[in-house]
Design a protein around this ligand. Structure first.
Ligand code: PTJ
Length: 254
């Protein structure tokens, strides 16, 4: 592990990168996951590396949706297991949701390593790896189609951080509400999900846990209103404008 001095101007970003590299060395992250991180870093840079207003609005809508869900499931891939396993377990406990491992680049050893990491971070049960409990999601050809009969398959709300567009479409077609974290507001996942949190998952998952905690006292009517007032397409346009405004500002001082 590299020592990143706290005084380094880009220490936070470098520490996140280091988590991914460690995750790769420990068998959690796919090689391609390192590339996905690079793409995310570039978008984060353009967004100003902070949780903007649009992201905060999406976090509130996501919290309302998760609190109203009957059976929420959080899907975990290699990058998420490396970046924020503890926070994901916290979120699952806060919303009384299940956790399921679902990989794009499927690999049994990696799956087991991810399950072990989640359990080490407090998860009592992790779906997606038990023999005999899998089934197929239709409308998708990648390994992501293999889902747990007692998890994603029967969920009403699915959280899919750092996802690919195909499964989001398949989940929507299966009648599920999809919440994603994606730093690229233009990605197919971002554009297809019901609620897209355009932010670094390492920042916003804690904020989502906090919002769920705060809103847990709200009545159902007020939660439904938050969702009804939320417009994902409009919100995504705001994130694109956040990038545009940052670039405009920088173009004046560069
Ligand atoms: O572990 P596996 O096999 O399931 O594979 C996981 C990856 C992430 C490799 C796989 O899902 C993949 O290839 O994803 P994509 O298609 O590269 O999409 C990842 C999206 O997440 C991109 O739009 C990135 O900008 C975004 N992203 C990357 N890092 C972060 C992020 N979004 C939020 N927070 C991040 N830290």
């Amino acid at each position: 592990m590299q020592i990143i001095p706290k005084s380094h101007p880009r220490a936070k970003s470098l520490l996140i990168r280091e988590k991914l590299v460690n995750g790769f060395d420990n068998g959690l992250v796919a090689k391609e996951g390192l590339l996905a991180q690079g793409r995310g870093e570039a978008f984060d840079y353009l967004l100003g590396e902070k949780t903007g207003k649009a992201a905060m609005r999406a976090i509130k809508a996501a919290a309302a949706q998760l609190l109203l869900a009957e059976m929420p499931v959080i899907s975990v891939n290699g990058n998420i297991a490396a970046l924020c396993p503890k926070q994901i377990v916290k979120l699952s406990k806060q919303i009384k949701g299940k956790i399921e491992v679902n990989l794009f680049y499927t690999n049994e050893n990696r799956k087991q390593a991810i399950v072990k990491t989640l359990k080490k971070n407090g998860a009592s049960e992790v779906l997606g790896s038990k023999i005999g409990s899998s089934t197929k999601l239709s409308g998708i050809d990648s390994a992501r189609r293999i889902v747990d009969k007692n998890g994603i398959f029967v969920a009403d709300v699915v959280v899919v951080p750092l996802e690919d567009g195909d499964r989001t479409t398949a989940l929507r077609k299966a009648g599920k509400t999809v919440i994603t974290f994606d730093l690229n507001p233009l990605s197919r996942t971002s554009q297809t999900a019901n609620i897209t949190i355009v932010d670094n998952v390492t920042r916003s998952v804690d904020l989502l846990v906090e919002e769920c905690k705060k809103m847990s006292k709200n009545n159902k009517k007020s939660l439904y209103k938050i969702i009804a007032d939320f417009d994902n397409k409009k919100n995504l346009r705001e994130s694109v404008n956040q990038i545009r405004d940052n670039l405009t500002r920088r173009s004046k001082i560069a």
